[in-house]
Design a binder for this molecule. Structure first.
Ligand code: ASP
Ligand code: MG
Length: 417
């Protein structure tokens, strides 16, 4: 079994869907699961729809009709036969969405969110599957919620690995391509859960783990894993081989090329992960495996909109275990994720993403017992396999407010000087 994953950008319009088919033709395989995300920016739109509906803002119908038009435009371009069953099928999915936003919501927001947002993947896979079948790439559409089972933590479903593994066994030996959704799972009561934004990579890894797949390929609009985001760097370098450990570290520190949860299940079964370009599918791209690499290149990860909080006890006492456990608990309770931190005798510094509401709530709480200095408009630069030259390069013209070094990784919180 092989797993291919195509993200939103690879199905964002009619030409992209056709291109996906060309990629499949280049790599014919019988035992193949094709995992597809929602088309283009559909998940963002459905997220807005869920908010609008839940908090009764009055724009739900408008948002829904835009999402519907976007999909039907694509359908009309790729299915010239207007009597094709897909027209009805997609229409039914929109009727279902319409029902979902009828009446007053009776569940939590997260629950409602998942039932609405999942439709992006359901619709995109129906379109892709039907299109492939019309051009002779015979395949079967499967509802991934029948295979990937989670608990009922809506918006962040926790996979029941044992059950998922046993259900996924029936996907083996099909001798026919399977087209299914990324990002979503099902609870024991058959509600839909989502696995966290950008979670389709993770779906590919779950299915690979559960079917003992030979490999996973993530098809992207970049040539593979680069040593920096071209958005911030002009001379990026393609990394042809990467170890699981490096991939986990890079994803953890914020490289957006792969979802951080993707690597561990693959590493556990030693399944290689390929990251390749759907624009240039013949190119080799990157392979992530257990290879021991001798000469890794320095990798750069940039995060903007960072805030540095410097926290010190009001009573001039030292920062000790008791304070730290207090402080960590407040971060956890307020859902604020720590990007990097450093502690000295009298103060504890933490770099977090600016998240106006959550952060200001946290600061208020901290201020009950601590003095909190707040510095915003910062950047966090992480370099894996750093040396002084790479540090100098990224900090030129900048003031370093915090520097945290370990053997292979340095994190720098900087401000424009
Ligand atoms: N469609 C989902 C999202 O945009 C999942 C994914 O693309 O991986 O978050
Ligand atoms: Mg996406």
């Amino acid at each position: 079994m092989k797993i291919f994953k195509f993200g939103g950008a690879s199905v964002k319009d009619a030409d992209s869907v056709k291109n996906l088919a060309q990629v499949l033709k280049l790599f014919p395989a019988d035992e193949l699961i094709v995992v597809v995300s929602a088309m283009g920016k559909t998940t963002n739109a459905l997220e807005k729809l869920a908010e609008d509906y839940y908090y009764t803002k009055g724009n739900s119908r408008q948002i829904l009709s835009e999402v519907k038009k976007y999909h039907f435009d694509i359908v009309e371009q790729i299915f010239t036969d207007k009597t094709h069953a897909i027209y009805n099928e997609i229409n039914n999915s929109f009727v279902e969405l319409d029902w979902l936003i009828e009446g007053v919501p009776s569940q939590t927001f997260d629950h409602v969110y998942d039932q609405i947002v999942c439709m992006g993947e359901i619709i995109s896979t129906k379109i892709v599957s039907a299109y492939l079948n019309t051009i002779g790439i015979t395949n079967k559409w499967e509802d991934v919620r029948d295979y990937i089972k989670t608990d009922d933590t809506f918006r962040e479903g926790v996979v029941n690995w044992e059950l998922t593994e046993s259900l996924s066994r029936s996907l083996l030996k099909r001798k026919q391509i399977i087209v299914t959704q990324g990002f979503i799972g099902g609870t024991s009561e058959n509600y839909t859960t989502t696995l966290g934004r950008e979670g389709s990579d993770y779906t590919a890894a779950i299915l690979a783990y559960c079917t003992n797949a030979e490999s996973v390929t993530i098809w992207k609009d970049v040539p593979g894993v680069l040593n920096a985001d071209p958005k911030w760097f002009d001379d990026t370098q393609l990394i042809e081989q990467l170890s699981y450990l490096d991939a986990i570290e890079l994803a953890y520190y914020g490289a957006t090329v792969i979802h951080p949860k993707t690597i561990k299940p693959l590493q556990n079964k030693n399944i290689p992960l390929y990251v390749r370009s759907f624009i240039n599918p013949e190119a080799k791209g990157t392979v992530i495996s257990d290879a021991q690499l001798t000469l890794p290149v320095p990798c750069f990860i940039f995060k903007v909109n960072q805030v540095l909080l410097s926290i010190s006890p009001k009573d001039f006492s030292f920062i000790v275990e008791q304070n730290l456990s207090d402080i960590f608990k407040l971060f956890a309770d307020n859902g604020v994720k720590i990007n990097t931190m450093q502690s000295t005798a009298i103060s504890f510094s933490v770099c977090v993403n600016i998240h106006e509401h959550k952060t200001s709530q946290l600061v208020k709480k901290l201020q009950e017992n601590y003095r909190v200095l707040y510095n915003d408009g910062l950047e966090l630069i992480t370099i894996r396999y750093y040396n002084q030259a790479t540090i100098d390069r990224v900090t030129a013209g900048k003031k370093i407010l915090l520097e945290v070094k370990s053997r292979y990784t340095v994190q720098l919180v900087v401000k424009n000087a």
